[in-house]
Design a protein around this ligand. Structure first.
Ligand SMILES: NC(=O)c1ccc[n+]([C@@H]2O[C@H](COP(=O)([O-])OP(=O)(O)OC[C@H]3O[C@@H](n4cnc5c(N)ncnc54)[C@H](OP(=O)(O)O)[C@@H]3O)[C@@H](O)[C@H]2O)c1
Length: 346
């Protein structure tokens, strides 16, 4: 249990929260958010009162502003949505007690009262932040997206985009563990050097060197792959998806995980390579990580084993301070992060 306990949360205390003030028309900026104070929430029957510890920053946060996805669209005036690792400080549900750690969509606020059915208990492991990265949505997305949707076999070539990001950095390492040759696509020389020298990828391509040069990008990717792509784990969509479609081998598989290149005010882009899906008999499988939550126990056991054995290195990018949430999300979309970005609230 948190040493400060429930008694220290005076009901007169205010609850800081960020409201999404406007829906951005172009790129997201910090000016689209407004810091406000609300009264402390009080849990109703069947609810838990949560103290937010770490807020997960996700590329998808921006996609939720574009329209309905697998969740309702965010509207101007909403408290900014977002998943967080939080501690139960008061429970009015028999399934939870004060001190339990949970993950749930608390939104960007210091305290939240949520129905117990809307949060998941998480195992306490040190460091706590791993519950947001490798043992959280990022790790499970990488695990299930690669192994269930990409289905790589030892000896095959796996390509992953946003390779130095939270999902991508784990995807590449799992593919290596499974005996694949791994090529990362990332923005900038520093990220490319990191994935090869520290995370064990076989090669990396800096897509930013090839903006407006699709043929050169395709050629650089083919050279790095040495004969085509068996599995492409797509985090970005757009031009990168196109280069990979043209570079796929026959009967290749694409795990369609995300399209971050399209989330933040980019102009529409028409993918050119779709005929390749037919001529090369490519399987494209989209997924949402929650599809696989029923199998999470096995995934977490595998991920923990790989972390403990040193085969899987966890990269985290922890920004300190609740007030830095907007800038941290804007920075993530600009590619400032290496590994899993989150904001430590308390
Ligand atoms: N399907 C699911 O259930 C699920 C679950 C979680 C996440 N996701 C998806 O996974 C992807 C990664 O998300 P994340 O939250 O883990 O973020 P992340 O990869 O940690 O960070 C986002 C990264 O995207 C890259 N990026 C930004 N703009 C780009 C552009 N125009 N073209 C190419 N790359 C760009 C940046 O790296 P560079 O410096 O390399 O550009 C940035 O670091 C997203 O597409 C997200 O939607 C899907």
């Amino acid at each position: 249990m948190d040493k400060r306990g429930l008694g220290s949360i005076a009901m007169s205390q205010k609850n800081r929260q960020f409201v999404l003030d406007q829906i951005p028309k172009g790129k997201l900026g910090t000016e689209h958010f407004r810091l406000t104070e609300a009264p402390m929430p009080s849990p109703g029957e069947g609810e838990v009162l949560l103290r937010v510890r770490y807020v997960s920053l996700d590329a998808a946060n921006r996609a939720w502003m574009l329209g309905p996805t697998y969740r309702a669209a965010l509207k101007a005036g909403d408290v900014m949505a977002g998943g967080a690792l939080a501690e139960v400080v008061e429970s009015r549900s028999s399934g939870f007690k004060a001190g339990d750690l949970v993950f749930g969509d608390t939104g960007w606020r210091e305290y939240a009262a949520l129905p117990a059915t809307a949060v998941m208990k998480v195992m306490t492991r040190e460091p706590l932040s791993h519950a947001v990265s490798v043992y959280g949505v990022a790790g499970l997305t990488a695990y299930f997206g690669l192994l269930e949707c990409g289905r790589p076999k030892a000896g095959e070539t796996v390509v992953v985009s946003a390779a130095a990001g939270s999902v991508g950095s784990i995807v590449g390492q799992i593919a290596r563990i499974k005996g694949c040759r791994v090529v990362g696509i990332a923005g900038g020389a520093e990220k490319c050097a990191l994935v090869t020298s520290q995370l064990g990828f076989d090669a990396a391509v800096d897509y930013k060197r090839f903006v407006g040069k699709p043929m050169e990008f395709y050629q650089a990717l083919q050279a790095a792959c040495g004969g085509g792509i068996d599995v492409y784990f797509d985090n970005v969509g757009g031009e990168t998806l196109d280069a990979c479609l043209f570079g796929m081998k026959e009967h290749g598989r694409i795990a369609a995980c995300g399209a971050v290149s399209r989330y933040d005010g980019a102009p529409p882009y028409g993918v050119q390579g779709t005929p390749m899906i037919i001529s090369k008999r490519i399987t494209v499988r989209g997924f949402i990580v929650t599809d696989f939550f029923g199998q999470a126990a096995q995934a977490l056991s595998d991920l923990e084993g790989w972390v403990r054995s040193g085969q899987l290195k966890v990269r985290e990018d922890i920004v300190d301070g609740f007030e830095n949430l907007p800038a941290a999300l804007v920075g993530l979309l600009a590619g400032d992060n290496i590994g899993k970005r989150m904001v430590k609230v308390t």
